[in-house]
Design a protein around this ligand. Structure first.
Ligand code: GCO
Ligand code: MG
Length: 425
């Protein structure tokens, strides 16, 4: 069998640009799909696939997944950057899809078979105040979900819709604090998404206290710090949240401050989930081998696909770390299917983040995983079990403004403190 074509398909059924790689073969009707979504720089990933990986791979045998992975990884000499890792992931996942179709087996079977029926997922409840967050969490609980992530203020807290014209600190904004109001001069402000790290850090433990006091401990609760506070404040927050028994606290520290995880561990037993920003194996190696985190949460296409993710899951299993693969809207349904195949096959699965597979997503990607009573179920079709309708995909081209973009610029990652300093998004 030979590879005849490798190409990128870009589509944005829900506004966010998704990149999917299609690897075609010389066998009639046999092709594979892989997720290569790096939504913030999607055109660059598509270029890397179309201009380099196609030429590198045409004529090779798609059965040799490991060799092709190593080849794509080291061929550019410099490696582990987000653009090339995503391009590589698209090819890698497509090769697993092809192998499954050729063997007439779902990918979870190739990985050793199911060790659970379905994967427990969590949903995101946000709000401007305690009651709004609680109401949204209760809605998910009523729909049968077993785990809910609570966000209020700062990242995910419905501060306001950000556009270029209103992206200045707002006196009226729900988030406005005295500190912000003092700096509120729209004529001089840098555009951005403003938040007050101190106010945000103080607001989260009382939120969990309120929600736990109303619903008890049956529902699993989670929170994402999104690296928005100083390292010592992350230590304080993890410690303050300990009594509320979080399923996990996510992204307390940016990749630049990895050494601080030890400080969190020394202080408390709040479970830590980490990794959506990681690209390089050295970012996770010591966190796992020294048991400084509880859940690995990488964005599988950012680390180069299913092949490295499967090895990473095994490394985690040895050290008692569980998986919680990143599953936001900027993972394509093909990527969500890959997450799920690993969830079903890895004994050390923890929990899965997932999105609503809307009508538009299902129209473009027939075969999306299905959600029932808080669990995500895979179909039993060979390969990844998901397809792309390219005619439908072409109906949803990414736009320069829409989704996260305003004039081809992303505002939400320009997060700023009250005095205008750029913080971490
Ligand atoms: C999450 C995330 C995401 C990221 C997004 C970046 O935990 O789901 O933090 O929502 O912000 O994927 O593009
Ligand atoms: Mg996150």
């Amino acid at each position: 069998m030979k590879i005849t074509k490798v190409r990128a398909i870009v589509t944005a059924p829900e506004g966010q640009a998704l990149v999917v790689v299609k690897v075609e073969t010389d066998q009639p009707g046999l092709y594979g799909l892989g997720c290569a979504t790096y939504t913030q720089r999607y055109t660059l990933v598509a270029k890397a696939v179309d201009d380099y990986l196609d030429k590198l791979l045409v004529g090779r045998d798609p059965a040799n997944i490991e060799d092709i992975w190593q080849l794509c990884y080291q061929n550019p000499y410099w490696r582990n950057g987000p653009v090339l890792n995503n391009a590589l992931s698209g090819v890698d996942q497509a090769l697993w899809d092809i192998k499954g179709k050729a063997a007439n087996m779902p990918v979870y079977s190739l990985l050793g078979g199911k060790c659970r029926e379905a994967a427990m997922v969590y949903r995101h409840a946000d709000g401007r105040d305690h009651q709004e967050v609680l109401d949204n969490a209760l809605k998910y609980q009523a729909e049968g979900f077993l785990a809910v992530r609570l966000q209020m203020g700062g990242y995910g807290g419905r501060v306001k819709d950000i556009t270029k014209s209103n992206a200045v600190p707002g006196k009226q904004g729900g988030q406005a604090t005295d500190r912000m109001r003092k700096m509120d001069r729209s004529d001089t402000a840098f555009p951005g998404s403003y938040y007050d790290p101190d106010q945000y850090a103080r607001s989260i433990p009382p939120l969990f206290d309120y929600v736990r006091s109303k619903i008890g401990f049956d529902l699993h609760l989670l929170h994402d710090i999104h690296e928005r506070i100083a390292p010592i404040d992350a230590v304080r927050m993890a410690k303050a949240l300990e009594p509320y028994r979080l399923f996990f606290l996510e992204d307390p520290l940016p990749p630049e401050n990895i050494e601080w995880f030890r400080r969190i561990r020394e202080q408390c037993a709040t479970p830590i989930a980490m990794g959506e920003l990681y690209n390089h194996p050295l970012e996770w190696r010591s966190l796992i081998s020294e048991q400084l985190i509880d859940f690995i949460r990488v964005h599988i296409s950012q680390i180069g696909g299913l092949t490295p993710a499967r090895k990473l899951a095994t490394l985690c299993e040895v050290y008692g770390v569980r998986t919680a693969w990143h599953g936001p809207g900027d993972v394509s349904p093909v990527g969500h299917a890959v997450n799920l195949h690993l969830d079903l096959a890895c004994h050390n699965f923890g929990i899965q983040e997932v999105i609503n597979f809307t009508d538009a997503l299902q129209e473009v990607f027939p075969g999306c995983p299905e959600m029932h009573n808080g669990y995500l179920w895979a179909n039993d079709a060979p390969g990844l079990g998901i397809d792309i309708d390219e005619v439908a995909a072409a109906k949803y081209p990414p736009k320069a403004s829409g989704g996260q973009f305003v004039d081809n610029t992303i505002i939400w990652t320009q997060s700023r403190w009250p005095d205008g300093t750029l913080g971490r998004p």
